[in-house]
Design a protein around this ligand. Structure first.
Ligand code: NAI
Length: 341
């Protein structure tokens, strides 16, 4: 048995979290769940978006499965997702993308984006400069790139490639224009790559070219490692290649904790209707199962999920021709375990 913190989340979160737990337990996952709240549910039940007992649980068990959390726009509390990343120093955001749906735009895509999760422009070092009567005449944002942060994310990408049987790491940057920040990232990348020579192929690409190459020929990529904002944008582009965010799980990994999540949000427009698609959270749970050494269970779940999606007779309404509810879809996935014989 492995202890895992479960944060069902807001909106559609509790529904897809329940479906996910049902499916992976039916597949044989050996997990003792510790359920805690965060986000809007945290505010409603405990008076704060990130209650101390939620943090303490993740600190203790070091692994969490998290449903989407609602972030109020404009005013209200700051993103709990960002707060969790900062608190646990979850420096690596891993987003694997592979084609499941036969009708997806690109068949057979299988690549992974490793995004630096703590630095770059998203470090949030911003300010206004006032001029004459306008206090917001100029806005400045600092792109923070450190040798330390670059080293650990590039090394992580190479180690990930080795441990997942991947052959190539492509470092994506904009060092032709941002010679200091992106230049440092590329310099460090080349230095680390030398340590892996003969074991993992290395190349680098400029981010704008990468965006185009992904559309022209996504099959040339294997593992992409890049800084925070480029990773954010490219990982959504890659999700688009394989059918959208509904098929994109994410892992936020650090030295002391790992938080697995669906990439989509809390979908307030369909919350409470019982029709949300749990695929993304299920795929995130598969990544988690691999992380906690229960990979065979992940394999069973993925195979059944693929069979269900390919058969196409029990799909949720977000997919073409779908009219099934979340629980019905989960039951169909479970019923597809049996065909393994
Ligand atoms: P969203 O991803 O929640 O929804 C966008 C569209 O996709 C909606 O039409 C929704 O119905 C649909 N959708 C999303 N997930 C679905 C699923 N599993 N099954 C079927 N349809 C699905 O994005 P939106 O509306 O921009 O954000 C809503 C809230 O979620 C916001 O408060 C936002 O801050 C939060 N959010 C949280 C994230 C997280 O916790 N990791 C990530 C992204 C947004």
């Amino acid at each position: 048995m492995r202890d895992v913190t479960l944060i069902p989340g807001d909106g559609i979160g509790p529904g897809i979290a329940k479906a996910t737990v049902d499916v992976i337990e039916a597949a044989g996952a050996r997990i003792r769940w510790h359920e805690h709240v965060a986000g809007v549910t945290g505010v409603e039940e405990k008076g704060e978006p990130l209650p101390p007992d939620t943090l303490a649980s993740i600190e203790e068990h070091r692994v969490a499965l998290k449903g989407p959390l609602t972030t109020p726009i404009g005013s209200g509390f700051r993103s709990v997702n960002v707060a969790l990343r900062k608190h646990f120093d979850l420096f690596a955001n891993v987003r694997p993308a592979y084609t499941i749906l036969p009708q997806a735009r690109y068949p057979g895509v299988d690549l992974v984006i490793v995004r630096e999760n703590t630095e770059g422009l998203y470090a949030g070092i911003e300010h206004f400069i006032g001029m004459e009567k306008d206090p917001r005449a100029v806005a400045e944002s600092v792109m923070l790139i450190t040798r330390y942060g670059s080293r650990r994310i590039v090394r992580f990408a190479f180690e990930y490639a080795l441990s997942h049987g991947r052959e190539k790491v492509t470092l994506v940057h904009k060092a032709n224009i941002l010679k200091y920040t992106q230049g440092l990232f590329l310099e460090v990348g080349r230095e680390i790559a030398r340590e892996y020579e003969g074991r993992v192929v290395f190349d680098d690409k400029i981010v704008d070219n990468t965006a185009m190459q992904l559309v022209l020929d996504p099959y040339q990529f294997d593992v992409i490692v890049t800084e925070n904002m480029f990773g954010d944008i490219l990982s959504d582009e890659v999700a688009g290649l394989i059918g959208g965010l509904g098929f994109a799980p994410g892992a936020n990994l650090g030295e002391n904790a790992a938080i697995f999540e669906a990439v989509h949000g809390s979908a307030p427009d369909i919350a409470g209707k019982g029709i949300a698609n749990p695929t993304s959270l299920l795929l995130a749970a598969c990544l988690m199962l691999e992380h906690i050494d229960q990979a065979p269970v992940a394999q069973v779940v993925r195979a059944a999920l693929e069979r269900t999606l390919v058969a196409g007779d029990t799909l949720t309404p977000d997919l073409e021709g779908g009219s099934a509810g979340t629980d019905e879809f989960a039951a169909a996935v479970i019923s597809n375990f049996e065909s393994d014989g």
